[in-house]
Design a protein around this ligand. Structure first.
Ligand code: V47
Length: 399
């Protein structure tokens, strides 16, 4: 069914020419994005983004059965990434680095569960070598051959290249040979040099982050992209960031999904400095960033909402604001929970199906590459309801 958008009925008249552009498939410019960031007509903005999304994805909403694994929280950027609550110095209380056996032990939870993806990210450990990661990926693939590995942000790739004194391309080739399927979108934060100087002084620059993703795309490693919003960045910083993502996508087509990440201010220096402890972003901001991401990034097929960060409640509403992809089962989330997120760590498989259906959408379980793997859930529901299997996670790999 062709989606409908009643341009003349938008409450904020400034949105009408932008809506007309979207209907005509005309690319939005920086001025349009400024208008979108300035509007208070959140429902009008959401309607335009929902229209754009429906044209791309119909009423389908994707989710994955995934498990997050964070092999280490030791990070050489501990003192300079002031927004991060996850990183630790090597000898700081709470610092950890998992042995490969410990990683395999954590990953063993996937046995008998529907997990199809391991999402692996961690700190920039000063001593861990490339072989730690390639051995880990090989070991995980040997134990769980059907599970895709989405691992290591651009920042980690660049760090490993520095440790090994080799090129980022060499690192990517080695990881791909070991079994890497795709890369997550973390570490992008906001590309603005001025913002980075305050919140992530020694981190990879925006250009370097883009360079690693360009290299990954050239090796046919698809990646995700993100933007961390809700700290000190301005609307112009966000627009500059989105423009850079859109340009790289024009060049390579390698981004799968865009994930706007809401800044969480607890247990980090930036949150203290800003006097923001205990007050994360508002739902209004979260929904606005989803909708603008959908409209501005006209060449990225999916926009994902990260429920551990914005809550399942806001994620569900985001499905009416242009979002077509919901973060998966997760199992154990550390990065946002360290920073004050109060959501659950895990979302049951059928909980995701219900969240999507209750928003009037059609759930589609996908793999890491957005290939649909399951669109009908009756047998899974029947199995979960049976007195024998009870609430146990269904083994659906054979689907
Ligand atoms: O790069 C760190 C962010 C990212 C905080 O690709 C924080 O599918 C908010 O990138 N408040 C890592 N954000 C997580 C990430 C991600 C998450 C889910 C899915 C995917 C994907 C990627 O988390 C970091 C940083 O931008 N982060 N600290 C904080 N206090």
């Amino acid at each position: 069914m062709t989606p409908e958008l009643r341009v003349e009925s938008l409450r904020d008249p400034a949105l009408r020419p932008i809506a007309a552009k979207v209907v005509a498939r005309t690319r939005l410019g920086a001025d349009d994005a400024r208008t979108l960031y300035a509007t208070h007509d959140i429902l009008g903005l959401g309607a335009i983004a929902a229209f754009a999304n429906a044209r791309l994805n119909g009423d389908r909403v994707f989710f994955s059965a995934n498990q997050h694994i964070n092999p280490t929280n030791v990070c050489v950027l501990r003192t300079t990434c002031t927004f991060c609550s996850f990183a630790k110095m090597p000898k700081e209380e709470g610092a950890y680095t998992r042995s490969l056996e410990e990683v395999y032990h954590e990953a063993a939870q996937a046995v008998g569960s529907p997990t199809r993806e391991f999402h692996i990210v961690g700190g920039l450990h000063p001593k861990l070598r490339l072989s730690y990661y390639t051995d880990m990926i090989r070991g995980l693939k040997a134990r769980h051959p059907q599970i895709h590995i989405k691992a290591l942000t651009a920042v980690e790739i660049a760090h490993i290249a520095r440790v090994e004194k080799c090129s980022e391309r060499d690192v990517l080739v080695a990881l791909k040979d070991a079994g890497l399927t795709s890369m997550p979108g973390g570490g992008a934060e906001v590309f603005s040099t001025a913002v980075r100087a305050t919140i992530a002084e020694r981190k990879l620059t925006g250009e370097e982050w883009l360079r690693v993703h360009r290299e990954a795309h050239s090796l046919s490693i698809p990646t995700n992209c993100t933007m961390l919003y809700g700290h000190i960045e301005t609307a112009d910083d966000r627009i500059e960031h989105l423009t850079a993502l859109r340009s790289l996508q024009d060049e390579t087509g390698g981004f799968l999904t865009y994930i706007p990440l809401a800044y969480h201010p607890d247990n980090n220096e930036l949150g203290e400095e800003l006097g923001r402890v205990g007050s994360a972003t508002t739902a209004f901001e979260d929904l606005k960033n989803v909708a603008i991401g959908r409209l501005f990034l006209d060449n990225i097929p999916h926009v994902k909402t990260h429920w551990p960060m914005v809550t399942p409640f806001v994620s569900q509403v985001a499905l009416a604001f242009g979002c077509d992809d919901v973060e998966g089962t997760v199992v154990f989330e550390r990065i946002y929970h360290q920073a004050g997120a109060t959501t659950e760590m895990h979302m049951p498989y059928l909980g995701l199906v219900k969240l999507i259906r209750d928003a009037g959408k059609r759930p589609v379980e996908r793999d890491s590459l957005y290939q649909p793997v399951r669109e009908s859930f009756e047998d899974v529901e029947a199995m979960a309801a049976s007195p024998i299997s009870g609430a146990a996670a269904p083994a659906v790999h054979a689907a």
